[in-house]
Design a binder for this molecule. Structure first.
Ligand code: ARG
Length: 588
């Protein structure tokens, strides 16, 4: 379905053309003086230069030709040459009517469907999932849903960190605690036990303990390095332990992501890419891309236009170890082989930007990916506490995701219990749903690349630009609709009526922006645009609601038309929150 702005611009273009000016000049934007008009066109200013006439003369000429156009209620030229536009109420209602019956509420599919891999989440196995990984999961999930909504084939890959030093640390710590375990017996040839020698809580305690120890104790650190090396060379006992670690933590990770309403199509991991590394390195050597530098094997990736230094991409360190970049390159080989994607998007902390610049350039230069594949990095900022420093627990530790979710749903629970009479059970359940919305909306309403302040009180408020406020609006609509059907039964097949009040027209205008907003959220990978939009839409609805008697409207047809209108508001809001990755309860 055409965007409303394009439709208006099309009408204006006709006016420009009739007056002998280029129709392309008729660009239309939302008004920046909403007190005067709804939309505006500044095309007469641009035309003035080309046609050597005063802009006001052009604007007056064009508006004169359009004054009887059925799309406009009012179209006027104002000094020094702006064209101010108010849409006709019939035109708007008709547009919304089409939207109501269109697929995806009038949001067109992309012309060329792409296969897109989104690499997000990126937790490290056996380390507790903390707020650092929250943003990637929340933003990545939303972007995935937006990409999919407009018709692409999208594959979300969690890309587990399972092959690094943390594994060596855990194995070494286990060895100190339980040296008798068969995994450490090099002469053992039997089958290793099926049961893991630890639980998830033990595992979670082991990692921080080992990590601390390695910082204080050089000998232990060295042993952990050796253990990592042995694991990476697939020593059977260590591989068996690695398997246990994987099973125990992946189950826990799935549970945690499930709680967040985040789902991955693929549970690939760094270790899956390792088999591709030897051939990759040989090919890079043979192709003349990889060269020795101070004992390491590197690929130069700087470009003439660089304004800051881009260091070479290191493939193999002088001690023979491969790195994060080596794994990411090999992962791209695997992705090419399995999916041949048109696009690969990484949603990762913005502090990793240089790493991805190096990897992308290296992958392109060495032909790991086809030239037409687009490799994109969406770097997000840090989630800070109220003190403006990276978010911590009260005692200064890293906040675990579970604890964070609990904190926010507790805050919501208190609010629900404060002013409503629902059972504790129901309040708990609702608080889960609303809490998640508070958390996600609090994050997504900020531009991803910016740092933001995590504020439980603000995010869980039922008023203002928050997730709960949006849900509250949806719940309000659901409840009006339920009361309607209890009293009057089903609505007939009525068409939306032209707006009868200022607040209703404002609501119509907000609704009509939907496809435009989704398009821009898609192109710019910007869920915050959707948040901005639904906040405005919820506000417009609530203003309309306070001024309008919906259920007590006496005219039956008109009452039904109101119900159709608020149903459309609900559908748009629900579609949007689904794209953001949360849902609304029936009551709250
Ligand atoms: N595990 C990494 C970390 O915690 C993030 C992984 C991001 N994805 C990637 N392909 N490098 O920092």
């Amino acid at each position: 379905m055409n965007k409303i702005l394009d439709l208006i611009a099309g009408e204006l273009g006709k006016g420009f053309e009739q007056c002998g000016y280029d129709a392309q000049l008729a660009k239309v934007t939302l008004s920046n003086r909403p007190d005067l008009c709804e939309y505006q066109c500044n095309g007469a200013m641009a035309a003035a230069k080309t046609y050597h006439k005063a802009p006001m003369v052009i604007a007056a000429d064009v508006t004169e030709h359009l004054k009887d156009n059925a799309c406009f209620e009012e179209i006027t030229a104002v000094n020094p040459g702006f064209i101010n536009i108010k849409l006709s109420k019939e035109f708007l209602a008709d547009y919304l009517e089409q939207m109501r019956h269109a697929d995806r509420l009038g949001c067109d599919e992309v012309e060329k469907k792409e296969t897109i891999i989104i690499d997000y989440g990126g937790p490290n196995v056996a380390k507790p999932l903390h707020v650092g990984h929250l943003r990637s999961a929340v933003i990545g999930e939303s972007i995935k849903r937006i990409f999919r909504f407009v018709g692409n084939d999208v594959i979300g890959d969690v890309h587990l960190g399972d092959w690094g030093l943390q594994m060596g640390l855990i194995i070494e710590e286990l060895k100190e605690r339980k040296p008798e375990l068969v995994y450490f017996d090099e002469s053992f040839t039997g089958e290793y036990p099926k049961e893991a020698p630890f639980t998830i809580s033990e595992l979670e305690e082991i990692y921080p303990c080992a990590s601390k120890k390695s910082k204080e104790n050089e000998e232990f650190a060295k042993k952990a390095h050796d253990a990592t090396f042995k694991l990476q060379n697939r020593e059977p006992g260590y591989m068996a332990l690695w398997n246990h670690i994987m099973n125990v933590s992946v189950e826990d990770l799935k549970k945690n992501y499930g709680r967040l309403n985040v789902n991955f199509e693929l549970w690939k991991k760094e270790s899956d890419a390792q088999p591709y590394i030897p051939d990759m390195i040989n090919a890079m050597k043979a192709g003349g891309f990889a060269k020795e530098s101070e004992g390491a094997l590197v690929v130069d990736v700087k470009e003439e236009t660089d304004t800051k230094e881009v260091p070479p991409c290191i493939l193999v360190k002088s001690d023979g170890a491969t790195l994060y970049s080596t794994t990411d390159l090999a992962t791209l080989i695997e992705r090419e082989k399995l999916f041949a994607p048109d696009r690969v998007l990484y949603v990762v902390d913005k502090r990793q930007e240089m790493h991805f610049t190096q990897v992308f350039r290296c992958a392109k230069k060495t032909g790991i990916v086809r030239p037409e594949v687009s490799l994109q990095f969406l770097g997000f900022g840090t989630m800070n506490g109220k003190d403006g420093k990276p978010f911590k627990t009260r005692d200064g530790g890293t906040m675990r995701l579970e604890v964070l979710i609990r904190e926010i749903s507790d805050a919501v629970y208190d609010k629900i219990m404060e002013n409503r009479s629902v059972s504790e059970d129901e309040a708990r359940q609702t608080a889960q749903i609303v809490g998640l919305a508070a958390l996600k909306y609090g994050d997504l309403s900020n531009q991803a690349s910016k740092d933001y302040i995590f504020d439980v009180d603000r995010f869980s408020s039922f008023e203002g630009n928050t997730g709960p406020y949006i849900l509250y609006t949806i719940v309000r609509i659901k409840s009006i609709m339920a009361r309607y059907s209890e009293t009057f039964g089903e609505t007939g097949d009525v068409k939306l009526a032209p707006a009868c009040s200022e607040s209703e027209k404002a609501l119509h205008i907000e609704l009509s922006k939907f496809n435009e907003v989704i398009q821009s959220a898609y192109t710019d990978m910007a869920p915050h645009r959707i948040c901005q939009y639904i906040y405005g839409l919820a506000d417009a609805f609530n203003r309309f609601y306070h001024e309008t008697k919906i259920l007590s409207e006496e005219d039956e047809t008109h009452r039904q038309q109101y119900i159709k209108l608020i149903e459309l508001v609900k559908d748009v809001l629900c579609t949007c929150i689904d794209l953001l990755g949360f849902e609304a309860p029936d009551r709250m």
